[in-house]
Design a protein around this ligand. Sequence first.
Ligand SMILES: NC(=O)c1ccc[n+]([C@@H]2O[C@H](COP(=O)([O-])OP(=O)(O)OC[C@H]3O[C@@H](n4cnc5c(N)ncnc54)[C@H](O)[C@@H]3O)[C@@H](O)[C@H]2O)c1
Length: 260
Amino acid sequence: MTRSMDLFRLDGHLALVTGGAGFYGTPISRALAEAGAKVIIASRSRERCEERAAELREAGLSCAAEQFDMGDPNSIRALYARISDTHGVPDILVNNALLRSPTHYDEATPEQWAAALQANVTGIHICTGVFSAGMRARRSGSIINIASIYGVVAPDFRIYEGMDFASPPDYPFHKGGLIAYTRYCASLFAPDGVRVNCLSPGGYYSGQSETFVERYSARVPMGRMACDDDIAGPIVFLASDASRYITGANILVDGGLTIR
Ligand SMILES: NC(=O)c1ccc[n+]([C@@H]2O[C@H](COP(=O)([O-])OP(=O)(O)OC[C@H]3O[C@@H](n4cnc5c(N)ncnc54)[C@H](O)[C@@H]3O)[C@@H](O)[C@H]2O)c1
């Protein structure tokens, strides 16, 4: 039997984190790299990804940067071709990127709505399709989809009163759908040794106003917003052999917000 803590190691593994330079993407990339993986950070901005990758390399970790557009199927296919030619087929794919849309119910134009669904639904499907094909051929891999509490419960709009942001109306379509899509892919890919799971985080503290933080935290049984360390353990768990018999799961990383 393998020693339990060794199951969490990712040495020799290659991970791709889409949107890896953002609020959640940054601690996700760091956690995977600290567990031993070589991490590729990819988003629309090569410059931001390079900055994050350089920070991780300065910390002695293995990291590279790539540019791509989730809204463009050809760009996703080209990303896969570049990564597989240069580094090999990733062992871990984290579908984390999010194209943000206007946050108030009646603000998004049909074009903005379509662009959000193109990147956040079709883009995730294409990305999962091209990367899983390589994983399935090799008969191993772990795909982790980053959904949200708002794929499970509705926002309490009272906490957004007077704020210049809220949760956008397209969000429940792609986050709720992503949780169901995770189960679909988990069932389809399981015979080929590829696991697919979901993490549904709660609100991340990113400098919101004191009023918002108080209102949000009052709804959380654990009494606070999420921070970097909260996502680190769950992502390494799902990426590694520590969760080797788990597929199709949706783990809520929300301080208990959705339990009552
Ligand atoms: N921040 C939160 O409170 C929170 C809560 C629950 C779930 N989440 C989820 O966590 C994930 C990351 O969110 P975040 O808050 O870190 O967001 P963020 O805006 O900080 O990062 C999103 C990343 O996606 C990239 N991106 C956007 N459009 C893209 C495109 N077309 N092609 C390629 N990359 C693109 C951006 O460049 C950025 O790096 C999302 O899936 C989000 O739904 C976030």
